[in-house]
Design a protein around this ligand. Sequence first.
Ligand code: MSP
Length: 716
Amino acid sequence: MTERYYLTTPIYYVNARPHLGHAYSTIVCDAIARRKRALRVETWFLTGTDEHGQKIERSAKKAGSTPEEFAAKISAEFSESWKRLGLAPDDFIRTTEERHHRGVQKLFKELKDRGYIYKGHYTGQYCVSDEAYVEGEPGAICPDCGRLTETVKEENYFFKLSAFEKPLLDLYERRPDFIAPESTRREVLSFVRGGLKDLSVSRTSFTWGIPVPGDEKHVIYVWLDALANYITALGYGSDDAASLEKFKNFWPANVHLIGKEISRFHCVYWPAFLMAAGIALPGQVRANGWLLFDHTKMSKSRGNVVRAESVAEVLGVDALRYFLLREIPFGQDGSFTFDALVQRYNGDLANGYGNLVSRVVNMMHKFFAGVVPEAGKPTEAEETLRAKATAVIPEFNRCFDNFDFSGALKVLWSLVADVDGYLTATAPWKKPEGRSDAEQAALQARVLATAAEAIRIITALVYPVLPASADIVWRQLGQGEIAGAAKDNFLSGIIWGGLKPGTKFGEPAPLFPRAEKDAVTRMEQLEAENNKSAVEAVGGPIEMDEVKTAPAEVQKKVAEAAPAAEVKSAAPVPTAPAVPASATATASAPAATTPAAVPAGQPAAEEKTFITIDDFSKVELRVAQIIVAERIPKADKLLRLEVDLGDEKRQILAGIAQYYEPEKLIGRKIIIVANLAPRTMRGLVSHGMLLAASLEGGVPVLAGFHEEVPLGARLK
Ligand code: MSP
């Protein structure tokens, strides 16, 4: 029987342009799909866009567009981005497509006909950003994203989720690997053990969705709509025999790869819907961790996104794929920084694999006119290398197939290092005195044939991760086009000895040119340019969210609107700039800058301005401790803090709500500007301002101390 493998990414909301966080999930699936195909497994890799719901309807309205146009535009950005990045899904589903519409209505009807859907009334809280029902009173904050929920009072259809509490717990017990990793499994288990209530599966207060069949004033709940993509894309709901064949062949999915924040929808709702409809369950729901940038999840609303294209343009797509898979232990959160990326690129790709290939291919051309010689009798060094490569193959396979991509690449790169060491030890380019020409030729033949064979194995294994580069190497090794070889099952039977004597090598070609110092700056510049055009293209007012992603120019504008004392780059002592919310304050802080004389004809912008020590001493910086920290309803960026200065307590409002959990701030010692004129925001008075470093994208990091300091102490 043909082995088949069906894997899916989450489908991406069209309220945000594609960024590296989205690319991460898609790249991981692309690598898995390529490996499966190379193992001759019939593979189906699905991705797409999630286009309905209140959130998208509102985003479209804000952009002055219809939901249809808005969704089409952003959806196209996703599919084009995947093309530019060389990602090759077998299908890209849009939830606005007819095939999906049909399938979702069929599923809804099926659930209703089987008695799992009934009509009722919902009164409760709803988080529009997560499109999720939230427990709590009016004014409740969404536990997942921290935003204020809205009160919904609607006639709704309900799904009998409560009936699936036991069947779901049985499922998790019977199939412990249904949810991975273990941390996600535990979270889901405790959620379900806490009791399941019936779930509202329709909405009536807006129209952007798929109508409930037979009761068109209801639209189907967007998560029921979205989850169904995994089956509608295979033809579920279709009358067409060919489409249904695909469903028959590929369902149930082997793996739904998801971000960990959407595990409840995939591990609770989705299997419950499927059980209720009598449809087989997927093999596994596997959660990836978050890609962090500047310490927080990369996301549009936090304004800290990086586009995959900027990295691809400077270092190539393969470098990005390698970095994401090697650097981040899959399943855990991982930080993305341009510096770490360049370091990995230079260390592992340019100086590692790339340099190894180039040395061996060049020597093969130089000493053997590019034709692989007979290796001759192996010595202990060759036997050791062969044993190592032979051990690496199953270890790599085991790690990769267990979603431990980082472990797989680590073990493979230990082979790269060993081949490098072998070349250095045998030094085939050197001819010591006393060695005959015949001995020299025999050594060169043995070493180069052995090293080239090791490279062949490394390249075959790494192909799913570095498809474009592996193709270049494959050709240099005289093996032709790698995609063709992949079709011929080059991976499952891979063993030492595949590189035959007499094979004609291809011409040497550059692989991973060393990244120079300016690589980071170039990527940052590309981001800034893109953000600028994105802000212009989106139109409409620039919100704080967008300002944080916005280019330096936009941020500068915001800073310029703030009082002079808050733009502290010229101040000699406190180097930490104010946090973003303070930058919008209108407090009458002292105008501390004293511009130096500007010689005629010189642009003022290039001049440094200085303040005197007297100017600085006007700013009263003091140590304070946070004793209360809480969110402010309807203000998703502000936190209300009460701070203790030793001899007094005060209230301060700070624009750090998107970066700090209030509970985690309690007890922290911070620095405040204590003599800033009071300012009213959201009806509350702020008596001072916090100091924080402002990182890329405006992300704040609060200033503090390593030593014990008494409350109220003055900073001078
Ligand atoms: N539309 C829903 C999913 C419906 S699936 C039936 C959704 N969309 S989303 O666009 O907000 O996020 C989709 C996925 O993008 C996340 O689950 C995750 O896989 C990926 N990521 C988005 N940002 C990410 C990071 N910063 N890091 C890692 N993955 C991230 O939720």
